[in-house]
Write a protein that binds this ligand. Structure first.
Ligand code: SF4
Length: 334
């Protein structure tokens, strides 16, 4: 499977005229490059650019350098991360910053195996960082890249071995030697031009080499797997007089086991539960889980075992924004 010889050249020339101004895109010689790229790559995992920008700026205000971040602690980093979700990323970011400063002399390792030993860095982020920092000829394969390559070949992405495709075409893909820019250009091109639903084919400067554009039999979009919804009952113990909620780390939501949350159980939807007041039913996404939630509450004076009291205003622990939202809802009850 051969990609067109001029594909990288044309995508780069589009990028040179159309790239967005993003705060982590600093000059290649900038001393801030490593920190800005590590920070932004962690934040951009599963999150859109427009959501990330304000968080990126807040982090720079609080930690202007990689070293200042590495000297911080989990509570502070999680507080600043609040609302961005997928909190494991924040903990991995902090751990990675400490390792880079203390074990790698503030430098990114050269080879992918060592880069992937850093917490929270897999193939995608590892390859992206390797290209951004070392200008290594590699491609970070994400949904955007898969779409651009599979459309240009008019083949179903499921039927393409992308590592093999890149290997076969590496001479042409990397001939500009602008490897860092090309990784970024491909992602940007996939996000802004070769979009998932309505590709802007008539504005596209690779349309003349695109088999999807030229073909009468265009490949169909790949259907993404739907994440299965899980049913949960959530139980909130509230001290109404002191405006406090009892939270626990023994809450049955394994992937958030380090955080304080209300008690909960995975259950069939069942609105009536003895001794509990039903508040509402709603859908929520926490990390990559979709939850169908029945929310229950009771007003108490004593906290249950293995719980601690928390108020919205004063606490040193990080509380996920989801917990804060439901607490505020229950406090509105007269
Ligand atoms: S012509 Fe259309 S399908 Fe082909 S690469 Fe450009 S935007 Fe994507």
């Amino acid at each position: 499977m051969h990609l067109h010889n001029n594909l990288s050249k044309n995508i780069l020339s589009w990028y040179d005229n159309n790239q967005r101004v993003l705060p982590w895109r600093v000059s290649k010689k900038s001393t801030k490059k490593l920190y800005y790229r590590v920070l932004s790559e962690f934040m951009l995992q599963q999150t859109q650019v427009k959501t990330v920008i304000p968080y990126f700026k807040v982090f720079l205000d609080n930690f202007p350098t990689l070293e200042s971040l590495s000297l911080s602690n989990e509570t502070r980093v999680l507080k600043l991360w609040e609302g961005l979700g997928y909190y494991r990323r924040a903990r991995n970011l902090l751990a990675t910053s400490k390792i880079l400063i203390n074990e790698h002399n503030s430098k990114l390792p050269k080879n992918l195996i060592d880069i992937k030993k850093l917490p929270g860095i897999g193939d995608y982020t590892g390859n992206a960082l390797r290209a951004f920092i070392h200008n290594h000829p590699t491609i970070a394969i994400d949904g955007n890249v898969k779409r651009v390559f599979s459309r240009s070949l008019n083949k179903n992405a499921n039927k393409i071995d992308f590592n093999k495709l890149i290997e076969i075409n590496k001479k042409n893909l990397f001939r500009t030697k602008r490897n860092s820019d090309f990784v970024e250009a491909l992602m940007e091109f996939g996000a802004l031009i070769c979009k998932p639903k309505k590709p802007k084919c008539f504005d596209c400067n690779i349309k003349n080499m695109c088999k999807y554009f030229k073909s009468d039999k265009k490949i169909k979009q790949i259907k993404t797997l739907k994440i299965k919804m899980k049913n949960y009952n959530i139980f909130c113990y509230i001290d109404k007089l002191k405006n406090k909620i009892a939270l626990t780390k023994k809450h049955n939501l394994g992937f958030l086991d380090k955080f304080y949350l209300p008690s909960m159980e995975e259950s069939f939807v069942n609105k009536k539960i003895k001794n509990w007041n039903f508040h509402s039913n709603f859908k929520n996404s926490i990390s990559n889980k979709k939850l169908n939630i029945n929310l229950y509450y009771k007003f108490v004076l004593k906290k249950p075992l293995q719980h601690q009291w928390f108020s919205l205003k004063k606490n040193n622990e990080f509380i996920p924004s989801f917990t804060k939202r439901i607490f505020k809802q229950i406090l509105k009850i007269k």
